[in-house]
Design a binder for this molecule. Structure first.
Ligand SMILES: Cc1ncc(COP(=O)(O)O)c(C=O)c1O
Length: 365
């Protein structure tokens, strides 16, 4: 079974991360953007313990995990911001909630060549007309993934504000996906829209534009299987409107216990900021040395590299060779329609060596 057969592509959006289970020789999943350090151990232990309580419903108010995440996002001002935060069963759930809730009208993506597709999928499923990224017209709902998965582009705060103000019409929704932003550095909060409460309130007062910030926590804390995401709304009232259309208990007791513990794991994050750019840099250097014609894209702090192999057939061979060696990578073709590209996770050197060995036959092509 491969990625292309696990998805029902007539009705579901393609994503990476499905090959590993079918590979008898599986070594490492390079097809996802998760943290190469693996799941934080203490949080995993807390999640395991929570399974013992699965004969009880999880708390409907998502506490105390929600307060813990609020304190992680706003260490000094979390109490006043807490009412704007809602957890979801993965970012995927809150993406769908907010796209459903947005005012009627056209949808548009961020300015990058391609971006993570769930926003578009949800807009289409809700019968919205799509504008291309190149269209100058502002939209009722504009969604930008920043840093952008898969291209690795990143717009700092000032550019983000400008993008919002030009691409969202008065009374519209701006949805910013910052799932990969905490990788930025230990000072990630300073460059995040989450820290811009006064700006968000001002924009809402001035133009009626509602700014939402979404995080998938399944990447930073490598827990895609337990499903964990959040949304920061512009006001408490926006948050309550989303809660009204949210399925009750969508975040289960295992995910809540995991979150409550993981936000306290400062060592894990410090290690993340230390090793990820190093592993990424080693990946880029190794590819440049072996394949001088390939082009690597993305910010140095990110947990993956977006690689243009330059030839669709070679890219297809690269995907096949990687999968056969137990180290699947994400093809740029399904979903993103970028057949010459592959996306490779930043992983430790021993794992990278397996991928590079699998690609040795390509060096002569
Ligand atoms: C940018 C981005 N946002 C959201 C998601 C969805 O994540 P989740 O697993 O939390 O539903 C992903 C998953 O790949 C992603 O890359």
């Amino acid at each position: 079974m491969t990625t292309t057969t696990t998805w029902d592509e007539k009705s579901q959006q393609f994503h990476g991360g499905q090959d590993w289970a079918g590979l008898a020789n599986f070594v490492e999943d390079f097809s996802v953007t998760t943290n190469g350090l693996g799941t934080p151990k203490d949080a995993l232990a807390a999640a395991r313990q929570a399974v013992d309580l699965c004969d009880h419903y999880p708390p409907a108010n998502q506490e105390p995990a929600k307060s813990s995440l609020a304190e992680f996002l706003w260490p000094t001002t979390w109490r006043e911001n807490h009412g704007r935060l809602l957890l979801g069963n993965g970012a995927s759930e809150v993406i769908d909630l907010v796209v459903r809730q947005a005012p009627a009208g056209k949808w548009k993506p961020g300015p990058f060549a391609v971006q993570y597709k769930e926003y578009e999928r949800s807009a289409l499923a809700n019968g919205r007309e799509l504008l291309p990224a190149t269209d100058d017209a502002p939209a009722a709902i504009a969604c930008i993934v920043n840093p952008c998965n898969p291209t690795g582009d990143y717009q700092p705060l000032a550019a983000m504000k400008e993008w919002i103000e030009t691409n969202v019409q008065d009374g519209g929704y701006a949805i910013i996906d910052e799932s990969m932003q905490p990788w930025h550095s230990e000072n990630f909060r300073a460059d995040s829209l989450v820290s811009q409460s006064a700006y968000v309130a001002d924009l809402h007062a001035r133009r009626g534009i509602s700014v939402f910030v979404i995080h998938s926590w399944t990447k930073l804390w490598s827990c895609t299987g337990i499903r964990l995401g959040s949304i920061v709304c512009p006001t408490d009232a926006h948050c309550q409107a989303l809660k009204k259309i949210q399925v009750p208990w969508s975040v289960n007791c295992v995910a809540l216990a995991f979150l409550d513990r993981v936000v306290r794991d400062a060592d894990y994050l410090a290690e993340t900021w230390r090793v990820t750019p190093a592993w990424r840099q080693q990946t880029v250097a190794a590819l440049r040395e072996r394949f001088p014609g390939w082009r690597c894209y993305g910010e140095p702090f990110l947990s993956w590299v977006w690689v243009d192999i330059g030839d669709a057939q070679v890219a297809e061979r690269a995907v096949g060779l990687a999968r056969a060696a137990g180290v699947p990578v994400r093809s740029g073709l399904p979903g993103y329609q970028k057949p010459t590209f592959v996306r490779i996770a930043a992983r430790q050197p021993e794992k990278l060596a397996v991928l590079l060995k699998a690609w040795q036959p390509l060096a002569s092509e």
